[in-house]
Ligand binder design. Sequence first.
Ligand SMILES: [Zn+2]
Length: 116
Amino acid sequence: MRKKKPDIYERQKSRRQDAYSRAETLKKRFPQLSRLKIDMSFEDYEEEKDSPSPKQEEYGPDSKAFFELKCPYRECIDDGFKLSAAVSEMVTKNETEASGTIVCQGWQDRERVNQY
Ligand SMILES: [Zn+2]
């Protein structure tokens, strides 16, 4: 089945690209940080499907300090995991490791937008 890609996804994509292009490099934003690794594992909240496979993001000094990570569900709208605050906090506290759980606030598909 072929479906036209809805505009909402296009808007979301360009918003992300804007934010990404505005982001500073890691060495500028956090000079004390030489590298950063983010390990993610996912759990399907409603347990309707298998959990998506784990993902890893690595940042070097010249990487963009952009910590809005995408939701593993491609159809997810307004999705993602905003880790900027967590990263800042970690750097401020001089921690070398931190872990936590974030729930994606996106909607699973268009039909569910604005429904809770
Ligand atoms: Zn999501």
